[in-house]
Design a protein around this ligand. Sequence first.
Ligand code: SF4
Length: 281
Amino acid sequence: MKDLSTYAKNTWCPGCGNFAILNSIKAVLNVLDEEGFPLEEVVLVSGIGCHAKIVDYINVNSFYAIHGRVVPVATGIKLANPGLKVIGFAGDGDAYGEGLEHLVFAAKRNIDITMIIHNNRVYGLTTGQYTPTSPLGFKGRSTPQGTKELPVNPLELMLASRGTFIARGYSHGMDLLKRIFKEAIFHRGLALVDVLQVCVTFFNMYEYYNKKIYELKGHKYQDYNEALKKIREWDYNSEAPIALGVFYKKEMPTFEERFLKYQTKAIERHQKIKEMLQEAV
Ligand code: SF4
């Protein structure tokens, strides 16, 4: 394996679920490299939050965006150079709060980028406020009496927004995480991987998740209704079992294919007009 470490000192808390995401993505980047995809053609994008430091720790091209804006930056990079593999990292506050509408539009457009969400269900960097996926009653810095609102189910939202690859991973057990990341990165179109990434300092859910999780087996992931049923099984608030794996996957034309086709036609038209004008002169 290529050592993709950088000189940056890692400042995550010991035991943080971000380490599993970091090590899994490094392993998958090595697979890309072995399979002949040059790592110079990979670009990582992150937002703001504990997750965002991941781009400091991996020695490939990267862009540190601002809060909630990972998707537009990744979209711009992909449209400017469609040959690149663009992988975005965002926290749950980042992607499902401030950046939510970008995610919905990325799904409906089917832009070919991978979005990995470090869903620890708490704002860790700012020391423990509730986020869109915190459970009802979550007690944090901004909600000492407990939240009075239900969490969103981001996977259901992505499915309704026409997402073409929807999966859930967990930061304990890297084998499955690596398999999901690899499949997501090789998927053509918007791939969303919601990772239940445990924040050991402000919302330690290891014990809870370890009792609830199971891996999807024999699931018909091309079937919308089957995917919806499985996605709704656990709604980020109930005591139901928590499925991990790929819930939904579908092949569709990507945004950049449609966009660049139009651009090519426009360039051809422009060229024709230019030739006609030159002949007229
Ligand atoms: Fe990880 Fe939480 Fe520490 Fe941030 S605060 S590095 S999410 S354990």
